[in-house]
Design a protein. Structure first.
Lengths: 308, 279
């Protein structure tokens, strides 16, 4: 840099440096200009409403009784946190999240390996694996609902599994897992592509079985991909709404937290309680994300450090 | 592993595995198509394939104003959202991928947070805000949240694509006297088109798929999109069960997307994985 020769800097270098810093400044200005619409929009549509939700959660704000709206402090939080409906939904959502993500990871890994390794019809497999991803969640949910409807469905026969709590749970898991395996598999497959083939071959020559190669070489190498996929899917599964809404409507104690919050808002028109639940869901998601990033060191996609 | 050891036996095994994948992917789709083609007489026979075929449900839904209106809403809202999200996202992604400016980490972090944001947490305040400013149950009332949630996806995918572009060309353009803006518009933008196109497909699919905002922030056929309209479907008469109509409508909104995705399979895989893996 030009700082190496500060004293006897000739006219040429001075101009060059000036141009350089002008270019730098122009670049910064352009950068800020280009990102500002996106940033302003994102802040306006998320940060502001979240702040507003926190504010609303401190009020009794029931749209059916607008004249009784008043500041109630943390009363809404006490109401929600001591409500068995909330905790039942919270437990249900957590269980659903854990079960779905574990199944997705196993099946997604299998699909990723098939897509990566198959020696025949690779294009066909990769293409058709995208079908569940492309289908509207609500459409797939209807397909599962009809399939498990008594009499009508090819899977149900004479039973009515969507009227029981646990049978409903497993059908919701099925619908959720079916839809999201491809996403998981694609992320994992991208990781698999980075595993050096020579390494696997060398291990194979040294007598490692396929199982050992998978656990000792592949898994450690694609750990970043696994963590990103699991993080994304966990946060996504925790907000499950569409599948439950269509499959059971939250009946038979199958409500997720999103369903309960929705019911309080749209059916109950209770903005105070609805906002309180919004804030609690937001906090839960933030905690889950924090745990992943801090404990497991999941490098978030887009954060340059540690990744390239 | 490699093609060199592909004996007929291993080939046959792989075909078996492939068929399992195909069954996994297509069974629920074939089932909903099958339902949409079943006449009422055989609706409750519990068979996977229809024993009789009818196209009446397709005719019926296209004569149903709620459905056609919802279809127009869906197409209009998703196209506008995609268009705006791509423009705003392209600008931001270019800056993130190429330029050095203060607050870059903040942009990346903020969009990551939004990608993971629980949408339900926004439903209550947005409901109240949109009602307050008169945008509840309007196209714009859905377009705004759709753009916002499409932006992180757009920024990640696009900036990953942008990093792959040969930037020496930009330097060359600048040396020839182009401003950074001209270099962006005249040299880089055309090279970036495939990535932009792929991202547009992904963004469109995510809008097309949305259900939560669609049922929470609309209340009539004015702006209700197809996924939301499906859940309000009733039969043509009160005695008719809407099952096959729902199935037919589901097929109508599914098939174009599936064909589109199958057609651009390679690009979509690249797009879906680029953001998450290459960062």
């Amino acid at each position: 840099m030009s700082t190496a020769t500060p004293v006897e800097e000739d006219e040429g270098t001075r101009i060059a440096r000036q141009r350089f810093s002008e270019g730098k400044r122009a670049e910064r200005r352009l950068g800020l200009m280009l990102v500002s619409p996106a940033v302003i929009l994102m802040i306006l549509v998320t940060a502001y409403p979240i702040a507003y939700a926190i504010w609303l959660s401190l009020f009794r704000a029931d749209m059916r009784t607008p004249d009784q709206n008043e500041f109630v402090g943390l009363e809404n939080y006490v109401t929600v946190l001591s409500s068995s409906i909330w905790w039942k939904a919270f437990g249900f959502t957590l269980l659903l999240t854990v079960v779905s993500v574990v199944l997705e990871l196993i099946l997604g890994m299998l699909l990723a390996i098939v897509m990566h390794r198959t020696i025949v019809g690779r294009g066909l497999v990769r293409t058709s694996a995208l079908v569940p991803y492309a289908i509207v969640t609500v459409v797939a949910a209807f397909s599962w609902r009809f399939a498990w409807s008594q009499g009508m469905g090819w899977l149900a026969g004479d039973s009515a599994p969507l009227t029981g709590e646990w049978s409903s749970f497993w059908i919701i898991v099925l619908a959720e897992v079916w839809k999201t395996i491809p996403f998981m598999a694609l992320l994992l497959m991208a990781g698999l592509a980075l595993v050096p083939e020579d390494l696997l071959k060398a291990a194979s020559i040294d007598g490692a079985t396929a199982w050992q190669r998978f656990w000792k070489i592949t898994v450690p190498l694609i750990k970043p991909s696994i963590l990103v996929a699991v993080l994304f899917r966990t946060l996504d599964a925790f907000r499950i709404f569409d599948n439950i809404y269509v499959l059971t409507g939250g009946a038979n104690e199958t409500s997720s937290v999103s369903i309960v919050a929705y019911n309080n808002l749209i059916k109950g028109l209770n903005l105070g309680i609805g906002s309180t639940m919004s804030v609690l869901i937001f906090v839960t998601i933030a905690i889950i994300a924090f745990i992943f990033v801090k404990l497991f060191g999941a490098a978030a996609p887009g954060s340059d450090e540690g990744r390239r | 592993m490699s093609a060199a050891i592909a004996t007929p036996k291993t080939k046959a095994i792989w075909w078996g595995v492939n068929i399992l994948v195909l069954l996994y992917a297509f069974i629920p789709v074939i089932w909903i198509v099958s339902l949409s083609l079943k006449p009422d007489a055989v609706l409750n026979d519990g068979r996977f394939f229809p024993s009789q075929l009818t196209g009446e449900h397709y005719e019926a839904i296209f004569q149903n104003n709620d459905f056609t209106r919802a279809l127009i809403n869906s197409i209009g809202i998703c196209l506008i959202s995609t268009f705006i999200a791509i423009i705003v996202g392209t600008m931001a992604a270019y800056a993130v991928a190429r330029l050095d400016f203060p607050g870059k980490k903040f942009v990346v972090g903020a969009s990551l947070m939004i990608a993971m944001f629980p949408q339900i947490a926004l439903v209550t305040p947005l409901f109240k805000i949109l009602t307050g400013i008169g945008l509840f149950d309007t196209w714009l009332g859905l377009i705004i949240p759709y753009i916002t949630f499409a932006l992180p996806l757009a920024i990640y995918t696009l900036s990953a694509f942008f990093r792959e572009i040969p930037w020496e060309l930009e330097k060359a353009a600048k040396m020839d006297g182009a401003t950074p803006y001209q270099a962006f518009r005249k040299v880089i933008a055309p090279l970036a088109m495939p990535g932009v196109f792929t991202t547009a497909i992904l963004v469109f699919i995510s809008c097309w798929n949305d259900f939560l905002f669609a049922i929470s922030l609309t209340s009539s056929e004015r702006s209700r999109t197809v996924p939301a309209a499906l859940s309000y479907f009733t039969g043509a008469t009160t005695f008719e069960k809407p099952t096959q109509s729902i199935a037919a409508a589901a097929v109508v909104i599914t098939i174009p997307i599936v064909i589109f995705v199958l057609f651009f399979q390679r690009r979509i895989v690249a797009g879906l994985t680029s953001g998450a893996v290459k960062g």
